[in-house]
Design a protein around this ligand. Sequence first.
Ligand SMILES: [Zn+2]
Ligand SMILES: [Zn+2]
Length: 213
Amino acid sequence: MLFGQNSQVQRNLLSKVKFASYDCLLSAVHVNNNHWNLLFVHAAEKKVYLIDPFKNAPEMEASEKAADKFKEYLNMRRQHQHSDWANINWEGGVLKHPCQQDGNSCGVVVAMMAKEIIHYFPEIPEFSFSTTRAHMIKGRRLLAFDLLQGSVFQNDSWCVMCASKKTPISACKVEWIQCDTCDRWYHADCIGLSTKDVKKAAGEVEWKCLVCK
Ligand SMILES: [Zn+2]
Ligand SMILES: [Zn+2]
């Protein structure tokens, strides 16, 4: 939608999607294969925000370009009988937001911004989180926890950490542990339990996993 060629539209029509029945569109956008931006389309405000966690990124320019590409995409879609959102004059916009303070937290910042946007929508959020190293570590952990809680693996056979039935690469002997509360299975290695820890857990009346603790 944002970086593709016209010739690719036919294959990416999203013909089952009725844009008009949505109030917003939110997507992580991978840029140059090494960086994450956040695309936020606010239908009522007719705004397209391409939010870049980097400090001093030319966001207005990028958002205006994104708005133009989005308009182009919707117009091409109209030629294939999908006219929703095609008559809106989308404009680029900029949001005030926290910036990453290191070279590798763009994804965390993008996910945290997305969370707050959803929380405050349709209001435009005043982002309240900090991007210090400690906050990024905590943020990563919370996001991983959200994913873990939402995981829909077969609880009785898959390791919910690595989603695999296979041996974790670093383990020479595979040990599994099952939560007595939710029945999720874990490779001991995937949650950093040593053989000693597993033995200790086996001796306990009840072992609770990270989700149930
Ligand atoms: Zn595992
Ligand atoms: Zn559990």
